[in-house]
Design a protein around this ligand. Sequence first.
Ligand SMILES: NC(=O)CC[C@H](N)C(=O)O
Length: 367
Amino acid sequence: MKYQKKQDAVVILADGTIFYGKAVGNKQGTAFGEVCFNTGMTGYQEIFTDPSYFGQLMVATNAHIGNYGTNEDEVESDSIKIAGLIVKNFSYDYSRDAADSSLEEFLNKNNLFAVSDVDTRALVSYIREHGAMNAVISTEVNDIEGLKKQLAEVPSMEGLELASKVSTKEPYYFGNKNATYKVAALDIGIKKNILRNIASRDCYIKVFPYNSTFEDLEAFNPDGYFLSNGPGDPEPLVEAQTVAREVIKRNLPLFGICLGHQVIAIANGVSTYKMYNGHRGINHPVKNLITGKGEITSQNHGFAVNRDEAEAHPDLEVTHVHLNDNTLAGLAMKNKNVFSVQYHPEASPGPHDSSYLFDQFIENIKK
Ligand SMILES: NC(=O)CC[C@H](N)C(=O)O
């Protein structure tokens, strides 16, 4: 690799704390967002394109990012969704047979601003200690005060509706038209691998924009309904909550993942809250309380469902808990074909321990 003189860059947190780094490649600029960290050692390309990360500055705790390049099939949506990337060592070189470009080329092509050479251990310890907060990354290193002023104007993630920014504008179809079952999926930020997982179980899917009504979905005559993952706070998503309520009222099969899980909880009158630090990684331990078995799961959320309220609710059953902090990880409705999880059974990235949940959805459809 040729020696490159890299542009200086800064990471400024909302409380004024500053970390220094270098801009990746020739890119310069400024990006704002909520700073969060992901502990996965692989899966960066899937993370960058996962719509759930919209509006977030992602810190990778893995010390090397880019070393296995990128592959155009390993995307979870059609564009980069994170607001910016913060890493320790950025690998300009890469090595993998299946890769078709370097991460640097991928970032430049997709216009993603990244900062490397940051002391990410110190940064992550700091966020763990002080909680999730907004931040800015920038090459405007001589205008710290100006950046701080702009940062103060960035809205906090709590209360933020972001599904409308990433949802499809028009409905579309996915899978084989002649499949046995039909599923209506509400896109509040859907990942491609969820569609692949459902379609591979003999389903034809129609994907609907975030603000569609129950009647819009019902007109497809589906056998089951799906509420997707997605970015932002679930609380302002009143249209999606109404869809969930209508599906539940009719006792139709319903499955929700992550943001969709939170929406189903709210539709049942259970509240959600912003976590001090979210869960983002690919080795989060979850216990299935029905089978007693453990699962290693892929997670990416900053909000969670209130476990005490869910446990006290006469119609709900807590089916899964997160073993690190005992937060609620899965819910089912008693005597209904409705269930949801806070984590990502579709993996991409991550382990496949939880793919049985897609089978469970199909079993509910068959009932
Ligand atoms: N992956 C997701 O669907 C995330 C849900 C929600 N935006 C959260 O941060 O909790």
